[in-house]
Design a protein around this ligand. Structure first.
Ligand code: ATP
Ligand code: MG
Length: 414
C-alpha cells in the first residue's frame, strides 16, 4: 500500500468529521476520511461534505453515536448529525454480487461488507479513493489517486465497461467531476461513455433528477452542459431537447445563457432554482407542443396549459421533476404569454404575480438568445425603473397589436 505522510490542514476538516473518526478509532475501529472531502482539500478547495469509511458495522456505529440514524436503500449508511451538518459514515464494502447490486434492492446483507482493500476497489474514480488517516496524518493511496490528482485526470478504478454497467450513474459523475474540477477524462473513460449512454435508461428517474441537480445547481452548470453534449449524455437526460436545436435556432443559446446566469448567481451567493434551468431546457419542446395543439384547433390559453403539462409529463420519463419545481416551470412559461399584454390593469397584474421575477428574467434571456420580441424585455426593464406617472404613460402606449385584435375571449379571461 502506498502511504504518504501528509498533514491536511486541520482547519479545513470538519470538526464533526474529526470527532466521528476519533471516537471510532478510540473504540478500536479503523476509520478514515474519504471521497470528496480528501480530494477537495488536496486541491485547495472547500469540500461540500465529509464522508467517513470504517470497518465498524452500522449497528456498532449506531451504538457509538446517539445522534445517528441508518439511511440508504442502496447501501446501509449511517448519518451522524451535528446541528445542520451530517457526516456520512459507510462501512467498508466488499464486492457486489451482480449488476443490480449497486442500485436496487432494499438492504444488503452482512456478507457485502469487506476489507479496506475491497472498499478502495468499489469506489468509482482514483481521485475519489484517497483515504486520510487523521490519527497518523497519512494519505492511503492504493490506486494512484495522488498522481491522477496532480495530473488532473479522472481515471476509473478497474474496467470501465464493467464499472459503468454496474452503475451507469458513474458516467454522469465522471462528467460532473470533469466540469467541477476542470479535469480530463482518461481515454478509456471517454471511449466507454461515448458508447454507453443508453445504460442511463435503466436508472430510476428520481436518481437521475438528483444527479441533474448536482450537475446544474453547483456552480459549474455551463461546463456540465458542454461536457454532457460533447460526450453524448445530455440526450439521455433530456431526450427531447437536442432535436430542437436546428428548428429553434435560439434554443441552445437560451440554455447556455440560463446556465451561465445560474453559475454567476451561485458565485454571488444569490438564490437559484432548478425551475429556471429546466424551463430553459424544455422551452422549445413546450413551444412545439403548444403549436401542435393549436394546429389541432385548441384555443391559445388551453394550448399553453396543456403544452406545459405534456412537456413535463414527457420529461418525467427520464428525470423526475418534483411538483415544487413543475408548478413554477409552467408558470414561467405561461407568463411569457401574459408579459406582452400590458394595457390597462394587465401590466400591474402580471407584475404582482409571484413568479414575475423569474418570468421577467426568462424573457430577458429569450431576447438575448435572439428571439425576436420587439424589445419587450427592455420595455419591462424600463417599466420597473420609472415612477407611477411614467408607468401609466408606458402602459397606455403598449401592446398595440394586442388591443387592435378583435376580442376573441370572453371577459372571464382575467
Ligand atoms: P461531492 O460530495 O463533492 O459531490 P464526492 O466524491 O464526495 O463528491 P459523494 O457522492 O459524496 O461524492 O460520494 C462519496 C464517495 O463515495 C465518492 O468519493 C466515491 O468514493 C464513493 N461513491 C459515491 N458514489 C459512487 C458510485 N456510484 N460508485 C462508486 N463509488 C461511489
Ligand atoms: Mg461527498
Amino acid at each position: 500500500m502506498n502511504k504518504i505522510s501528509q498533514l491536511l490542514p486541520p482547519n479545513k476538516i470538519s470538526v464533526s468529521a474529526s470527532k466521528v473518526i476519533q471516537r471510532l478509532c478510540s473504540a478500536g475501529h479503523l476509520a478514515y476520511l474519504v471521497g470528496g472531502g480528501v480530494r477537495d482539500i488536496l486541491l485547495n478547495r472547500n469540500p461540500k461534505d465529509f464522508d467517513v469509511a470504517t470497518d465498524a458495522k452500522p449497528e456498532e456505529i449506531r451504538n457509538l453515536f446517539r445522534n445517528s440514524r441508518e439511511v440508504g436503500r442502496r447501501f446501509r449508511i449511517v448519518h451522524i448529525r451535528f446541528g445542520r451538518e451530517i457526516i456520512e459514515v459507510s462501512t467498508f464494502r466488499g464486492h457486489h454480487k451482480g449488476p443490480a447490486a449497486e442500485h436496487s434492492g432494499p438492504v444488503m446483507d452482512d456478507n457485502v461488507y469487506g476489507s479496506f482493500q475491497e472498499d478502495v476497489l468499489r469506489r468509482d474514480f482514483t481521485i475519489n479513493a484517497l483515504y486520510y488517516d487523521l490519527i497518523n496524518n497519512e494519505i492511503l493511496d492504493l490506486v494512484g489517486g495522488m498522481t491522477d490528482l496532480e495530473n488532473s485526470a479522472i481515471r476509473i478504478i478497474g474496467d470501465p465497461i464493467k464499472r459503468f454497467r454496474e452503475d451507469p450513474v458513474r458516467m454522469l459523475r465522471a462528467i460532473r467531476f470533469k466540469a467541477k474540477l476542470d479535469f480530463n477524462l482518461a481515454d478509456n473513460v471517454t471511449q466507454e461513455i461515448r458508447r454507453s449512454g443508453q445504460l442511463l435508461e435503466q436508472i430510476p428517474a428520481a436518481r437521475l433528477f438528483e444527479e441533474t441537480l448536482k450537475l446544474f445547481m453547483s456552480g459549474h452548470a455551463a461546463k456540465s452542459f458542454a461536457a454532457l453534449t460533447e460526450y453524448g449524455l445530455f440526450n439521455w437526460l433530456f431526450p427531447c431537447v437536442e432535436n430542437h436545436f436546428s428548428r429553434y435556432s435560439t434554443q441552445q443559446r437560451l440554455i447556455e445563457l440560463a446556465l451561465n446566469s445560474t453559475d454567476r448567481r451561485i458565485k454571488a451567493g444569490l438564490p437559484v432554482t432548478p425551475a429556471f434551468v429546466l424551463a430553459a431546457f424544455l422551452w422549445s419542446e413546450f413551444l412545439h407542443q403548444k403549436d401542435l395543439l393549436q394546429e389541432g384547433g385548441m384555443a391559445s390559453a388551453d394550448a399553453i396549459a396543456q403544452a406545459g403539462l405534456r412537456t413535463l409529463t414527457e420529461q418525467q420519463m427520464s428525470t423526475s421533476i418534483p411538483k415544487r419545481f413543475a408548478i413554477p416551470i409552467r408558470e414561467i412559461w405561461s407568463l411569457q404569454f401574459r408579459l406582452p399584454m400590458r394595457r390597462g390593469k394587465r401590466a400591474e397584474k402580471v407584475r404582482s404575480h409571484k413568479r414575475f421575477r423569474a418570468a421577467y428574467d426568462f424573457l430577458i434571456l429569450r431576447e438575448e438568445s435572439g428571439e425576436k420580441l420587439d424589445n419587450l424585455g427592455k420595455w419591462w426593464t424600463h417599466y420597473q425603473e420609472v415612477d407611477e406617472e411614467q408607468k401609466e404613460a408606458l402602459r397606455s402606449t403598449a401592446d398595440k397589436q394586442v388591443t387592435k385584435r378583435p376580442r376573441a375571449k370572453k371577459t372571464s379571461n382575467n
